[in-house]
Design a protein around this ligand. Structure first.
Ligand code: ADP
Ligand code: MG
Length: 420
């Protein structure tokens, strides 16, 4: 008997968890008919023997941009067109420099050509087998790309996903690629730029904007009903029949809609809820498991954010959490004084300036960790006040991480002012 024989082989909950992963692209995309139609109209140009215009897609994370782009490229490659269509999808999160993007695209095109004409004829073209991962000048890369494209007429549609991740903003690469068409006579290249940030276009150089921003398609956040439909479709493929208690998908959808209509978030919640149910040895996913899943996901998201904060920003946050716990008002003065006292208590710390702390607060607000308001102080003065903490779990998390520091007792507000 092996140790592993004591573990259950079959899940009581899932039939196939893989379908709940972000990377899975379903065949049916719900509630994106309008965007698909809009894009299909543009991308249909090769059916008439023309190259499509460049497009820019933007919307927040989890609004289906990647799924729709992949779906359209797949459909287009399957369609019968006068000129062959080659769709290339590239995510710039990992391939985030101009060189690497150009090298990947060129290598892809070289391989495609070699497959089409066979290794024997390929040898006669004088084209390289592949492009090295570093070292070539950009012009050499572009020339090779043009030569590869010209060998055989085709329409290449390049989807550059998360284009805002490219070092330097990605506009240079977009410009270079869109300019390639002036050197091409047999083939055409069109671009689909995909960005999570709505102001990507505003930041673009005007020359790039005019060639790339020709057409923009916006992906709005999903509402709770739409997310519920998306989840139910996925749940059918990944959960055992009857494994979801009534209301489970609706709650996952509602929670995700509250955040920003993110389908990823909704899928994460559903998957994690299933895992919670499994851990507890239940045969059904219950509402309470969704709550627990939401708690876990929030906690791990918070942990991730906390790791990126500088020490003194965390100390300020620790101060806020402690003051709040003691029912103190969270005015800037109060927060700064308490932070100073933490630094006095712990000789290895020396306090940063009020200005820096003010910036810390603004940043924490931007990260969604706290909410602040500006209140007027009379005589035209204004000051920042912390309204609330977004995550109640923050206190526990921070005190675990910051346990090496000694915290001074919280002094009543008035007394504090009196002592100061
Ligand atoms: P984005 O690229 O906008 O961040 P994705 O396309 O990666 O979003 O979508 C996140 C997850 O949600 C993926 O697993 C995707 O399959 C799923 N999804 C998004 N929109 C839909 C939809 N309309 N119908 C079905 N699944 C969807
Ligand atoms: Mg995406």
């Amino acid at each position: 008997m092996s140790l592993f024989d004591s573990f259950p082989r079959e899940s009581q909950i899932f039939t196939c968890k893989e379908y709940l992963r972000h990377s899975y692209t379903p065949d049916k995309l719900l509630h994106r008919e309008e965007q698909i139609q809009q894009l299909a109209k543009i991308l249909a140009a090769p059916l008439r023997g023309e190259a499509p215009s460049n497009v820019l897609i933007y919307g927040k994370t989890g609004t289906g941009k990647t799924a729709v782009a992949r779906f359209l490229l797949r459909e287009l490659e399957l369609a019968r067109t006068p000129l062959r269509v080659v769709g290339i999808y590239l995510n710039c999160e990992n391939t985030n420099t101009q060189y690497r993007i150009l090298a990947k695209l060129t290598t892809f095109l070289l391989e495609d050509l070699k497959q089409r004409i066979g290794p024997f004829e390929f040898q006669t073209t004088g084209l390289p087998e592949r492009v090295p991962n570093t070292g070539w000048p950009t012009d050499q890369l572009l020339d090779t790309m043009v030569a590869t494209l010209e060998y055989e007429g085709k329409v290449v549609i390049v989807a550059l996903d998360e284009i805002d991740r490219v070092a330097g903003g990605g506009e240079d690469i977009l410009y270079k690629l869109s300019r390639l068409n002036s050197d091409l006579s047999r083939s055409r290249i069109s671009l689909i730029g995909i960005s999570n940030s709505a102001n990507f276009l505003e930041l673009l150089d005007p020359r790039v904007k005019s060639s790339l921003g020709e057409i923009q398609v916006v992906f709005p956040p999903y509402n709770a009903t739409q997310l519920k439909d998306i989840l139910e479709e996925r749940a059918r493929m990944s959960f055992r029949e009857g494994a979801l208690e009534e209301g489970v998908t609706a709650l996952c959808a509602a929670l995700a809609a509250q955040e920003h209509g993110d389908a990823r978030r909704a899928l994460d919640l559903l998957r994690t809820a299933g895992e919670v149910a499994e851990e507890k040895g239940c045969t059904r996913v219950e509402i309470s498991h969704v709550r627990e899943a939401s708690h876990r996901l929030q906690r791990s998201a918070m942990e991730e954010v906390l790791q990126t904060l500088p020490l003194h920003q965390k100390l300020v946050l620790l101060g806020i959490v402690t003051l709040k716990q003691n029912g103190c008002r969270l005015s800037f003065g109060e927060i700064y004084r308490y932070y100073q006292r933490i630094c006095e208590r712990n000789p290895e710390l020396s306090a940063v300036s009020p200005r820096t702390v003010k910036n810390y607060l603004d940043e924490l607000d931007m990260l969604g960790i706290i909410t602040t308001t500006v209140v007027s102080k009379g005589r035209g003065g204004r000051t920042t006040e912390v309204r609330d903490l977004t995550y109640p779990e923050m206190r526990e998390l921070l005190s675990e991480e910051m346990s090496r520091f000694e915290l001074p007792p919280v002094v009543e507000s008035k007394l504090c002012r009196f002592l100061a």
